[in-house]
Ligand binder design. Structure first.
Ligand SMILES: [Zn+2]
Length: 422
C-alpha cells in the first residue's frame, strides 16, 4: 500500500522574530561544544556585521540559553534580555557603514537542537541557537569549530577544513542566510561516491549496501534531472545526506537531514522517493536561488514541490504526477475551507503551520502547474532555465520570477500572476 505522505516538513516557522534590523550580517565564527550528560550546547560566537542605519542599539533573537559573557572590542556597552531578544546598547553611536564584531558565549538547550545518546544536530530554527537575524535575504559567511567524542563524525556547511585542538573546522566559500546553517555530531558511518564530477556523501547508521545503493542512485538520477531542467550544475561541489532516526526533512546549505521514518517506504516502493528528491531540489531552488524575504517563500517551497512532481512524472509517468496534483489540491483546500486563500506573496501571519503549507507548498505548486498549462511546456521550461541561470547564488522576489517567465512567453502573464501571486 502506498504511504500517504502529508508532511513536507522542511524549513518552517510562523513569522520572523524581528521585522527589520539595523545591521547586515557578514561573518560568523561558531565554536560548538556539546555536553551529552546535560544535553546542552556551549556556543562561543564571534559575529561581524555592518551597520546599515546609524545606531547604538542592536537586537538579536535569543531563547532558552544562558549568556555567560558578551564582549565588544573597544566599546562601552551593556546588554539585557527582553521578550526573547538580546538588546545590546552601546555608549557611542555606530555610524552607517561601520563594522562591529561581537563575541558572545552562552550555554543551554535552544530550540532547534536535537540531542540523543548517539547524535546531536540542528534541525530547523537556526536563529534560535545561532543568534542570527531571521531574514532569508541576509546572507553571511560562517566557519564552524565543532567538538565531538572520539570516533564520531561531524558534518556542517561547506567542507571540513582541518582538525585542530580537538575541534573540527568546517566552512563554505559561499554565504548563506542563517536558516541554512546547521551541524550534525554523531556515531555515524560515511559512504562516498562520485557522479557528474561531484562528490556525494551519505552518513548513517547500519544502512545496508542495498539501501545505500538506492539512496545514491535516486540522488544521481534526480541531480541529472534538475541539472537538465535548470540548465545549471548542482550548485555545490559536494552534496551530503545525513540519515537520522525519526521524522526529519530539512535542507541545509550543502547537506540535508533525512529521517528514516520518511525514507523507509522508498526501500520497498521505489516511487515513494519524495524526501530525497525534495531536499535535493532545494540545492537549486531555496539554497542557491533564495527568496529575498519570507513574503516570497513560495519561490523556495512551491517551486521545489513542483520540481518533485515533475521529477516523478519523468521517472514514474503521468499517473504519479496526477497523484501529486490531487494531493496538492486536497492540501490547498484546507486554506480555502478556512477562508484563508491568501496570494502566494504574503507578508501577514498564518493562523497555523498547516495553512501556511497549504499556501506556500501546495498553492505554489498548483500555480506553477497552471502557469505551465498557460505558457505551454516549451516556453515554461525555457523560463525556468532563464530564471535559474539569472538568479543562481542570488536572492529573488516574485517579480523577478515573473519577469524571467514573461521573457520566454508571447502571452501576457500579468493576469495569471495577479490571480495567484499578488
Ligand atoms: Zn522544502
Amino acid at each position: 500500500m502506498k504511504t500517504f505522505l502529508f508532511f513536507y516538513t522542511c524549513f518552517f516557522f510562523a513569522k520572523p522574530l524581528i521585522a527589520s534590523t539595523s545591521y547586515d550580517l557578514e561573518s560568523y565564527e561558531v565554536k560548538l561544544t556539546p555536553f551529552f550528560d546535560k544535553k546542552e550546547l556551549e556556543v562561543d560566537l564571534k559575529i561581524t556585521f555592518q551597520v546599515t542605519e546609524s545606531n547604538n542599539k542592536f537586537i538579536f533573537p535569543i531563547e532558552e540559553v544562558t549568556i555567560k559573557s558578551v564582549d565588544i572590542e573597544s566599546q562601552k556597552f551593556n546588554w539585557i534580555i527582553k521578550s526573547k531578544k538580546m538588546i545590546l546598547s552601546l555608549k557611542n553611536q555606530i555610524k552607517k557603514g561601520e563594522r562591529l564584531t561581537v563575541n558572545i558565549l552562552y550555554t543551554g538547550k535552544p530550540k532547534g537542537i536535537v540531542f540523543s545518546n548517539s547524535v546531536v544536530f540542528a534541525d530547523y530554527d537556526s536563529c534560535k541557537w545561532l543568534l542570527c537575524n531571521d531574514d532569508s535575504g541576509d546572507k553571511f559567511y560562517a566557519d564552524f569549530y565543532i567538538k565531538a567524542p572520539v570516533g564520531w563524525k561531524v558534518i556542517a556547511n561547506g567542507k571540513e577544513i582541518e582538525f585542530k585542538n580537538g575541534f573540527y573546522r568546517w566552512g563554505a566559500e559561499r554565504s548563506f542566510p542563517g536558516y541554512l546553517f546547521g551541524f550534525v555530531i554523531g556515531k555515524l558511518e560515511k559512504e562516498e561516491r562520485q557522479n557528474l564530477s561531484k562528490s556525494f556523501f551519505i552518513f548513517g547508521n547500519n544502512l545496508s549496501q542495498n539501501q545505500l545503493n538506492k539512496i545514491f542512485q535516486k540522488t544521481f538520477s534526480a541531480t541529472k534531472f534538475f541539472k537538465d531542467k535548470s540548465g545549471i550544475d548542482l550548485p555545490t561541489n559536494t552534496y551530503t545526506q545525513v540519515i537520522l532516526p525519526g521524522y526529519i526533512a530539512q535542507e541545509k546549505s550543502t547537506f540535508s537531514l533525512l529521517g528514516l521514518k520518511y525514507l523507509d517506504p522508498m526501500f520497498s516502493d521505489p516511487t515513494e522517493d519524495w524526501l530525497i528528491v525534495h531536499e535535493l531540489a532545494h540545492q537549486w531552488w531555496g539554497n542557491s536561488i533564495i527568496c529575498a524575504n519570507w513574503d516570497h517563500f513560495w519561490l523556495n517551497e512551491g517551486l521545489t514541490t513542483f520540481m518533485v512532481a515533475s521529477y516523478k512524472k519523468h521517472q514514474w509517468g503521468e499517473s504519479q504526477y496526477e497523484r501529486e496534483i490531487s494531493l496538492a489540491k486536497r492540501r490547498y483546500q484546507i486554506a480555502i475551507d478556512n477562508n484563508f486563500d491568501v496570494p502566494l506573496t504574503y507578508s501577514g501571519t498564518y493562523p497555523s503551520l498547516k495553512i501556511k503549507r497549504a499556501i506556500v507548498y501546495s498553492k505554489g505548486f498548483l500555480f506553477l502547474e497552471a502557469l505551465k498549462q498557460y505558457m505551454g511546456d516549451v516556453d515554461f521550461w525555457a523560463g525556468i532555465k532563464e530564471y535559474s541561470n539569472e538568479y543562481k547564488d542570488k536572492t529573488v522576489t516574485s517579480k523577478n520570477f515573473q519577469i524571467k517567465m514573461q521573457k520566454m512567453s508571447d502571452k501576457k502573464l500579468e493576469g495569471i500572476f495577479n490571480d495567484w501571486v499578488y
